[in-house]
Design a protein around this ligand. Structure first.
Ligand SMILES: NC(=O)c1ccc[n+]([C@@H]2O[C@H](COP(=O)([O-])OP(=O)(O)OC[C@H]3O[C@@H](n4cnc5c(N)ncnc54)[C@H](O)[C@@H]3O)[C@@H](O)[C@H]2O)c1
Ligand SMILES: [Zn+2]
Length: 1641
């Protein structure tokens, strides 16, 4: 073969010469390409294009690195030609599987020689066709064909890659190709590719001409070991994967491992899942080999350059071993009737997950999670040991595969789709798995690694599946008849004993079998370290349950690698002394390095190092003094003699030296200095265990806390059984106590050195249990259920961990005295504050407990009065604390109903199998539980929790409006307002005087202290307004930053500088600022930005209307940032108007007009003339001042048709600023770096993130897989919305787009084509279609307005529910038709509005509502009540008001209707438009009348913030039912002149009595006096008369005379109509148009 020397290719994607293919798997990385040897960087003309041509300047270098992910090198140097020997595996009686490396010539020869044909067709996918191995294969075919089969022809065809294309459509394309080329029955198809190609082409072969021969050449690891073997072929359908297919055995499977050289790392790893699976079910030896291979494998495949040759043999072996098993199993059971099922281990659950998250997650990734869950199921059934599960999990994780769906690896792939993985969905998917008979679910149950239980699949109940699938568990009440009367439980080994046993064994001489060892991080790291130092040989027996340590008598030597200890504290302490014993390995270093993770590098080790140094060891801190990493010089040994150690901090230092002391040069005397050593029990444990290993330590008789350790070598006993953990043992023992049964822990007794071993005797016995304890065993028998006694006082200092168990037992110890436990203060600083946790969680059972200074007091209650914690309140919280979880799982048994225990997996820390013991040993029924998900919350995984009651800090320059805005916030949230300055003055007097006397620095210092106190004491329910200069103090800044980081709100307020200066100059009451204001501002500006996570620029208001608007927008901002009222993604047809200008000021005032009919306003940040925070903030403030619509903040980069450079830091800066400013939508190019996008998304709070892609060059068609990739990328990064803009060259492009839209529904999609031809796509787009407006001069070509789109959509029949009517009697004079019709016309809506005279609701229902084109009703008298029986749901206002005036069909629910009432809005908006603002907080209202409108008025006044609502009526008795039905409205009935006289003044009055008759005399008098009194005392008074005939009513006349502002009833009519229109159509309405229509005649 001759290959031109200038040809280069990418190793990973195999892309060919000067065409650089941007690999599909890593399109997320920086699209620019770096050629290292030439030192140049090339940016392709367009990122994400499928093909990019790069012209290399200059001659070809020998090796080129193209970015991180593309390694190019001359193809002539390719090592792929080094052919290895071919190994053959037999399947179904034929040696048809051939495995090797670089065997393409062999493939060609075998095929052409043995499979005679006139036509050979090589079919592959478009990724593969570019790879070197594939091209080698084709070249070999072309070379050999003329020689071996001169008469035959070779055809080639490529399909689009990816699971999406494993479809009936693609199959048909291939078939058409074959037919077109005249292929016949003798055709041989060579399928080269991954499982997708293999499955689909295999199926083509199975049915083409009733079956032709196929040869499989798998190119992915998965295909090599799994899909190509066994003859299963299939395509997918929308309903399920692989649902259509056939068994069709290939003639040959040629596995050329060289193909893997171009396989992306993720695909490589994906295949390992199947490999691990096969070993797990069949071959323990192979599994062990895989465990050992993991590290090398991962290092190799994830390296920038895959050096496949270095692991070639291991990979060939891996593939071969896996194939052998599969071939063997298939040969025994070809059609999957029994044995072949075993290959489905992990697949029952894996497939169900895959069905939801494909294509974001790969098959192997889902199977990996499935294997873990199915192994847990086997453990839950008591069949598979916990160690075996741990082993499997560890191995899967070692291959970088996910072990749970919440694994980082998995989450980063599936993004928000995680939310769709709900238990019920999974169970449904499992029930339709085609491997089932009927809907019974079957899984493969492992019995051990390498062995399946009973060699078949087992039926499994949904309940058991639910249990393993979730972390939330329902614990059912125990059933006396099911629970065994006597049981024996061996809890996992003690952690402390396990750690010591390992060190002693590793230093000892001889072989010891350690049983019941606790597998923890400590033991894991210790085992690895002692093995690395050649201290001992480690192996396992009994499937990992027994650890065999062959000690080397204390002869250790240095190793090459650093000893990494993660965060394993005990390991680090024990190994530090061990490392001083290490001798020099001449071929390695003369030192050892101990290191750990970041947390570890902060934990103390100083006292131990000091002691060792003083004894001659040479230890160096490599990083922080006092912590790991340590460099310990080898070959120095431990000198010995007298060693002094400070032992008041950790007993582990003591144990560490004690255990190594026998190996010192001189006999050691260890003296513990500094007072009484901490945890004497643990020191005693160490010396006792040293004795078990043959070294006897003696305590000095003359010196306190001093030990003599003889020289010697530990003698390893044959077997060392690690005593069970005594804290863990308290749970089964307490189980016996609570349930009146008997339980034995056979390996803990009175001789135990663990403090918690006393629990049975010291706690359970006095509570009424029978306890029999020998030296090595403990048996507890509980009294009959309900017979436990309280313990007046117990000091649990020696067994603090057991207090939680004691507490739950005490909870049902029914006696008048409480149980008091003391000596447990340390439990406040464990995994959680355990004392508080117990008090809080016990309360959920109705058990009262309280905290004592160093303990807890529990008032036990009878079992009968025990409450079941409610599911609504999320059951029992476990605080991620294993002991809390285990304790409450016991108390749960005593309740009447199942109790929810959350986060059950936290028991994994010490007892992962606890639940299995409960279930299998104690026969307790358990079930999984899943909180019903709030659909709106599904939107985004990154959605942070609502801010709840967390306090809010306000910072900013003085005069930025902090006091006003803080006050608004406090009022609106019901928070208390705290002003730091005020607090200061309370304790230190006047600020100005203070500063004069003590100076600014002192003031700042005190201010910082105060801030700290305020922060600690007022974490919830406060708005804390700070002085302008807080940010000048570093400590204060840190406090604020930390608060913001923890999720609290720190709001930075800013106001235009001129305004600030003006304001400050006019205010003499404040201390003068140090320095000129501007200077101060410049100094502080960045500091404010740094410390805050929200930012609001307030524009000055000039009158109360503006202030009211400002307040409303501000409260909207507050709702957004706290998450209480953020803008959801619209469900209806929605529009966004773009204002693409450099300064919004240009159009600000016209915004209401411009945005008519729209749902959001878009600004283009990249077009802004400045990018400073202040300018941007001001732009947002301007938008908010003139529009209340949600804001879309769009950033476009150059490649996306915008102004900012691609991948400029500015994109991130502007995005984060927009989030701070609380915009509703943020649109960022999807072409930005993944790290940038992820960072923005992680901080987006309640802003909806739009991932946008504009095909600016117009090269992509909607059928290009690139759009698919981009969409999946958006899903992966967790975008809320995707926005794709293509370009249309023909109408067909719009049709292609619609197909794309229909098949991409994971996250909401905005998609349309630009260009004249693209208009159709804009009409069809439903979500946030961009529109323009005639007013905007910058409007782009072909831009539509809302009206145009509506008209066009109407013309093509888009609006089908277009008939509206006003119903009631009489309606002939109704103004509604005029109002609605005018609004329809204005927005181009093809709706009709008519009148329908009727007093019969049934008739209205039949004639109007039941019609298919029914759009909605306006309802008037007398139907407002009657119509309610025909609606299916009611709005809040309709419920409160008790009447319906608006009816609409419910979207998506045929034949269902919703009733609403807009009368209240008619009232509120009339007041607001007339100038009322709710800035005055203390307003009261008055309603005259008692009818339906009066109820609406009460509702309206409440909405306007009235504190008291007075009611007055001719017939007072009619008011009582209203008052009674609205208890929260603070209604007061004015039933007499006296009551009127003593009423508080009112500001808002609504008259709801008929106006065509004169007012009742008494009523008129009372009203008059109230209006008169109020007019004098309040400064705002508005009266609205709901009656609109006559235009001026008697009440209005009276009010006007008294100086009240009066509003006529038609206003109400117009305003309620505006809202009604919005409810009917989903569009916002123009008040002016509505108003004019009502008044036109
Ligand atoms: N028939 C069976 O018994 C069986 C068993 C397991 C899985 N499957 C099926 O296999 C499919 C998954 O197969 P897969 O994991 O191989 O995925 P795949 O076929 O989609 O291949 C993964 C990706 O890697 C690319 N690729 C393949 N080989 C490459 C190479 N050597 N270099 C560079 N790129 C390469 C492909 O173009 C594709 O984009 C699923 O459809 C699954 O249902 C079938
Ligand atoms: Zn599989």
């Amino acid at each position: 073969m001759s290959i031109p020397t200038q040809v280069y290719q990418c190793r990973k994607c195999g892309s060919s010469p000067l065409e650089v293919y941007l690999c599909k798997y890593t399109p997320f990385s920086n699209p620019s390409i770096f050629i290292k040897s030439l030192n140049i960087q090339i940016t392709p003309s367009r990122p994400f294009a499928s093909l990019t041509t790069i012209v290399l300047p200059g001659p070809a270098p020998p090796c080129m690195i193209f970015s991180q992910t593309h390694t190019f090198w001359p193809r002539t140097n390719t090592p792929l030609n080094q052919m290895s020997k071919v190994q053959k595996v037999s399947i179904l009686g034929r040696e048809s599987i051939h495995v090797g490396f670089g065997i393409h010539s062999h493939i060609v020869e075998e095929t052409l020689t043995n499979e005679k044909s006139s036509t050979y067709v090589i079919i592959t996918d478009k990724n593969m066709e570019k790879t070197a191995p594939f091209q080698n294969l084709v070249a070999a075919f072309n070379e050999q064909l003329p020689v071996l089969r001169p008469d035959a022809r070779l055809l080639q065809y490529s399909v689009s890659p990816g699971e999406n294309n494993k479809s009936r459509e693609t199959k048909a394309q291939v078939e058409d190709f074959l037919l077109l080329k005249g292929c016949t029955r003798d055709t041989v198809i060579v399928a080269v590719g991954g499982g997708v190609v293999g499955d689909m082409i295999g199926f083509v072969a199975a049915t083409f001409m009733r079956g032709v021969r196929v040869i499989q050449v798998p190119s992915t690891l998965l295909a090599m070991v799994d899909s190509s073997i066994g003859g299963k072929t299939a395509v997918d359908t929308a309903v399920g994967k692989n649902f259509i297919g056939a068994f069709h055995q290939p003639r040959y499977v040629f596995v050329d491992v060289a193909f893997l050289s171009s396989l992306p790392a993720r695909q490589f790893i994906n295949g390992m899942a199947e490999v691990v699976k096969t070993a797990a079910i069949w071959n323990e030896a192979e599994f062990t080999r895989l465990e050992n291979f993991a590290k090398t494998f991962i290092a190799t495949v994830t390296a920038d350059e895959i050096d496949l040759l270095s692991i070639k043999d291991a990979v060939v072996q891996t593939v071969l071993e896996s194939i052998k098993v599969k071939a063997d199993v298939v040969s025994k059971d070809e059609k999957e009737s029994s044995l072949r099922n075993l290959l489905n281990f992990g697949h029952t659950i894996g497939h169900a997950i895959e069905a939801i998250v494909t294509p974001q997650a790969l098959h192997g990734e889902c199977v990996a999670v499935g294997m873990v869950k199915e192994a847990e199921l086997a453990r839950y059934w008591g069949i598979l040991s916990p160690t075996a599960v741990a082993r499997l999990v560890k191995c899967i994780a070692a291959y970088n595969l996910p072990t749970t769906i919440d694994d980082k690896i998995f989450l980063s792939a599936v993004g928000h789709k995680r939310h769709f993985i709900e238990n019920n969905t999974l169970l449904d998917k499992m029930a339709i798995d085609k491997k089932n008979d009927g809907s019974k679910i079957r899984t493969v149950i492992l019995e051990a690694i390498g062995k399946c239980y009973q060699l078949k699949a087992h039926e499994v109940s949904k309940q058991d599946l639910r249990f393993v699938l979730t972390d939330e568990t329902l614990v059912y009440p125990f059933n006396k008849s099911a629970v065994p009367a006597e049981s024996v439980v061996v809890p996992p080994g003690s952690k402390s004993i396990s750690n010591r046993a390992l060190i002693l064994a590793a230093l000892g001489q001889g072989t010891v079998r350690i049983k019941n060892l606790l597998h923890s991080d400590d033991t894991k790291h210790m085992l690895a370290a002692v093995a690395a130092l050649k201290s001992a040989e480690i192996s396992t027996e009994d499937n990992g349950d027994t650890i065999v340590v062959k000690g080397n008598g204390g002869n250790l030597i240095t190793c090459d690698e650093e000893l990494y200890l993660g965060n394993a504290g005990t390991a680090s302490r024990f190994l530090t002394t061990v490392a001083s014993l290490v001798g020099i390995n001449k071929e390695s270093n003369d030192y050892s390095i101990l290191t750990g993770n970041a947390r570890m590098q902060e934990r103390p080790i100083g006292p131990l190092v000091d002691a060792l140094r003083a004894n001659g060891s040479d230890i160096e801190y490599l990083n922080n003094t006092g912590s790991l990493p340590l460099k310990i010089k080898a070959g120095k040994g431990l000198k010995g003699g007298r060693i002094e150690l400070a032992a008041t901090i950790s007993s582990q230092y003591v144990s560490s030296i004690l255990m190594c002391a026998p190996y010192a040069d001189e006999e050691v005397t260890l003296s513990l200095v500094g007072g009484k050593p901490i945890s004497q029990l643990y020191i005693d444990m160490t010396t006792a265990m040293m004795k078990d290993f043959g070294i006897e330590v003696t305590k000095s008789t003359t010196e306190e806390y001093t030990y003599h350790i003889p020289k010697g070598i530990y003698k390893n006993p044959e077997v060392y059984e690690v005593e069970s953990d005594a804290s863990s043992a308290t749970y089964p023992l307490a189980f016996a106590a609570l349930t009146g049964t008997s339980c034995t822990v056979p390996n803990i007794g009175s001789s135990s050195l663990q403090g918690d071993a006393r629990f049975a005797v010291d706690v359970l016995k006095p509570m009424g249990c029978t306890v029999i304890q020998s030296a090595t065993s403990t048996t507890v028998t509980g009294p009959p259920v309900g017979g436990l006694k309280a313990l007046p006082h117990v000091d649990m200092e020696p067994m603090t961990d057991a207090f939680l168990t004691a507490s739950v037992v005490a909870a049902v110890a029914n006696e008048s005295t409480p149980t008091q436990i003391t000596g447990i203060a340390n439990q406040r600083v464990k995994e959680c504050n355990r004392i508080k946790a117990m008090v809080d969680e016990l309360a959920k059972f109705g058990v009262h407990a309280s905290e004592l200074p160093d303990g807890i007091s529990i008032n036990g209650i009878s079992i009968d009065s025990l409450k079941t914690p409610s599911l609504e309140n999320h059951g029992i919280c476990t605080y991620d604390d294993h002991r809390v979880a285990m304790s409450f799982s016991l108390l749960a048994l005593m309740c009447k109903d199942p109790v929810l225990i959350t986060e059950r997996s936290c028991t994994g820390k010490t007892w992962p199998g606890w639940w299995d013991v409960l279930h299998t040993k104690f026969q307790i029924e358990l079930d999984g539980y899943e909180e019903p998900l709030d659909v709106s919350e599904r939107q985004s995984l990154a959605r942070k929790a609502k801010n709840g009651q967390k306090s809010i800090f306000v910072i900013g320059m003085r005069a930025a409006g902090k006091s006003t805005i803080s006050k608004w916030m406090a009022e609106s949230l019901g928070f208390e307002l705290l002003d730091v300055d005020t607090v200061f003055e309370k304790s230190h007097g006047d600020i100005r005087d203070y500063i004069k006397e003590h100076g600014w620095p002192k003031f700042r210092e005190i201010e910082a202290q105060m801030l700290k106190t305020l922060l600690n004491e007022n974490t919830v329910g406060h708005v804390i307004s700070t002085g302008g200069g807080v940010v000048e103090n570093a400590e204060s800044r840190d406090l604020l930053k930390a608060y913001a980081k923890s999720g609290g709100i720190v709001l930075h307020l800013e106001r235009n500088l001129d305004t600030t200066v003006e304001f400050l100059n006019s205010d003499a009451s404040r201390p003068s600022l140090p320095g000129e204001i501007e200077e101060v501002w410049n100094k502080r500006r960045d500091l404010y930005h740094d410390c805050s996570n929200h930012y609001l620029y307030s524009i000055r208001w000039s009158d109360s209307t503006e202030a009211a608007h400002l307040k409303n927008t501000f409260l909207g901002f507050l709702d957004h940032v706290t998450g209480h009222g953020h803008v959801p993604v619209p469900h209806k047809r929605s529009f966004v108007v773009s204002v693409p200008v450099s300064d919004v000021n240009t159009y600000a005032k016209q915004l209401p007009e411009i945005s008519l009919g729209c749902d959001a306003v878009e600004v283009r940040a990249d077009l802004f003339k400045e990018y400073t925070p202040s300018f941007v903030a001001k732009q947002i403030a301007l938008l908010r001042k003139y529009s209340s619509l949600p804001i879309m903040f769009t950033i476009r980069t150059k490649s996306q048709g915008g102004q900012i450079e691609d991948n400029d830091k500015l994109v991130e800066t502007l995005s984060l600023l927009a989030i701070k400013l609380g915009v509703a939508y943020l649109s960022v190019p999807l072409t930005e770096k993944e790290s940038t996008l992820k960072k923005i998304i992680s901080q987006k709070g309640f802003t909806q993130f739009i991932a946008s892609f504009v095909d600016a060059s117009g090269e992509l068609s909607w059928t290009d897989p690139e759009f698919d990739n981009l969409y999946n990328r958006a899903v992966t990064i967790n975008a809320d919305i995707v926005q794709f803009v293509g370009i249309a060259g023909s109408l067909q492009d719009n049709i292609d787009l619609e197909k794309f839209r229909a098949s991409h529904t994971d996250i909401p999609l905005i998609a349309y084509n630009r260009g004249e031809q693209g208009k159709l796509s804009k009409i069809m787009n439903k979500l946030l279609t961009p529109v323009s407006n005639q007013i905007i001069k910058e409007q782009p070509e072909f831009e539509f307005t809302v009206v145009e789109i509506n008209k066009a959509f109407g013309d093509i029949g888009g609006f089908f529910r277009n008939k509206f009517a006003v119903v009631g009697s009489p309606v002939s004079h109704s103004r509604s038709p005029f109002l609605h019709s005018a609004l329809y016309k204005q927005l181009g809506l093809p709706y009709e509005f008519s009148t329908y005279e009727s007093d019969n609701a049934d008739e209205v229902f039949e004639k109007l509502m039941s019609a298919p084109d029914f759009g909605g009703l306006a309802v008037t008298i007398p139907l407002k009540l009657d119509i309610m029986k025909h609606v299916d749901e009611l709005s809040e206002s309709a419920q409160v008001i008790g009447a319906v005036n608006t009816v609409v069909p419910i979207d998506g629910q045929n034949g269902k209707f919703r009733g609403d009432n807009t009368d209240w809005f008619g009232i509120t908006n009339s007041f607001t438009r007339a100038g009322f603002s709710s800035l005055d907080s203390a307003v009261n209202g008055l309603v005259i009348g008692s009818g339906g409108t009066a109820r609406a008025a009460v509702y309206a006044l409440k909405q306007l913030g009235c504190q008291k609502i007075y009611m007055i009526n001719r017939t007072v008795s009619k008011l009582t039912p209203i008052k009674e039905s609205l208890p929260d409205f603070n209604i007061e009935i004015l039933d007499s002149a006296e009551a009127v006289a003593s009423a508080e003044p009112v500001s808002l009055v609504v008259s709801c009595v008929p106006a065509d008759k004169p007012l009742d005399e008494t009523l008129a008098q009372n009203l008059n006096s109230l209006l008169t009194a109020s007019a004098h005392t309040t400064n705002c008074h508005f009266l609205l008369d709901a009656a609109y005939k006559p235009r001026v009513t008697p009440v209005m006349q009276m009010a006007e005379k008294l100086g009240w502002a009066v509003i006529p009833g038609v206003e109400m009519l117009v305003n309620q109509g505006v809202l009604q229109f919005e409810i009917h159509t989903g569009f916002s309405a123009s008040y002016h148009v509505a108003h004019d229509a009502v008044f036109s005649e």
